[in-house]
Ligand binder design. Sequence first.
Ligand SMILES: [Zn+2]
Length: 506
Amino acid sequence: MAIHPGEERIAGSLTARADVVHPTSWFVQDLDERLSVESVALLTDGGAKALPFERRGGQIWTDLERTRQPGERLTVRVRYGGTPREAPRPPWDGGFTWTETPGGEPWIASSVQVNGADLWWPTKDHPSDEPDSMALSFTVPRPLVAASNGRLRRVEDNGEARTYHWFVSTPINNYGVALNVAPYRTVDTTYASTSGTDIPVTFWVVPAHYQQAEKRLPQFLDHLRFYEETLGPYPFRADKYGIAETPHLGMEHQTIIAYGSDFSNNEFGFDYLHHHELGHEWWGNLVTAADWSDFWLHEGFCTYMQALYAEELGGREAYHSYLQGSRGGINNEQPVAPRGSRSTLEMYYLPSGEGDGDIYSKGAWILHSLRHLVGDEAFFEALRRMANPRPELRRATDGRQCRFATTDDFLRIAEAASGRELDWFFEVYLRQPALPRLVTERSGDELRLRWDAPEELSFPMPVPVRVGGETRRVKMKGGEGRLALPNADAEVQVDRKNWILKANGG
Ligand SMILES: [Zn+2]
């Protein structure tokens, strides 16, 4: 693909290799109508054969001229180009951003998670399928640099322009494919992975921010270490770990994390934006939701990782304080993981059109409550198994480590790791929107507790109660529990740390 910054235009081709699994006489790809298709061709050993195609709305329907049968392999090349959608509010409302660096040179970035990768290349625009690997070539005028996913194979010098050839050796979400163009400088290092291999690390940064980037990179590597120790090895060590400075806030582009923050730490002492986006290399890129309805597996899990990192740096009080900061924003208007298929917009917005962050903050709180329920040992084991269900996947680097997962997969993993039946927990917190309410009654030297759960669902969540300087865990069989108090005046604090996500407090 050639990038023409002055004209805000792209021109190139995409070649898709596909195995036929059902008989078909059409090859269908999504591509935004803003881009025009010059030709579609079937590539064989004998050369390129032009195929007739139609634009049907945002799709290209290519006539394969006969019914292709399972077992056949098709290589289809689409030549296309034009001015891609300019992102109105990247990265949330995305497309291309054409702007300038502080030094006044072109600075270009793609961000298409919510609006679809078909804004800039022909693709099957649904999260349920991914290419096994991807070769990406970008031609940019000097002195611009094109930073992208995977490993840089070579840079071709064409005089006025240079072509950067990248190769992604593993599966990749289509919204994870990214183009970042600027007169970048790089901060390079290697990182010794817990897997025993050295991973090349590069931070592409605009020249004005080179020194800040150099100072910041050691903290980024601390984040990498934290994730490896908590979840398992960095999944894309066969390619690289990369960060590209972007004019938008950030995005989890695989092996080329978009970083558009200001190199500052939050009140917990770390660079939140980088920590969050890096977490998506596990929750999103290694483990991918096959439908947007399960997207809390990306955002809720990733948001919870920042609470864990606050705990790593500042102890348990910092952990609670971090979570408390997001409690007020929880809406409880739609389920965090609804059954059935959903679009990105349905998951990110309420029917009223207002934004909904529940897959982030409520998702994180659900993990927090699960940790309380099953205890640290089972909880962290469940996280590790969710990242890599089998030991050989922790060792794999050739793409086998990547998989699609659902909320029910996590239910099974959490049940196996904890030895508990957890349907009720998932049903109340993830499949319907309302929160359970804890009803407490005290009569003399007895404390009675009762869960008032929505839709009369079962909710036997044990409740921590502090009496006389000691915390007791009150069992809630059938949603009810009792605690005998030392005397009628004993001071009682019910779930004072807010371990349980509930309608009243926590
Ligand atoms: Zn995220």
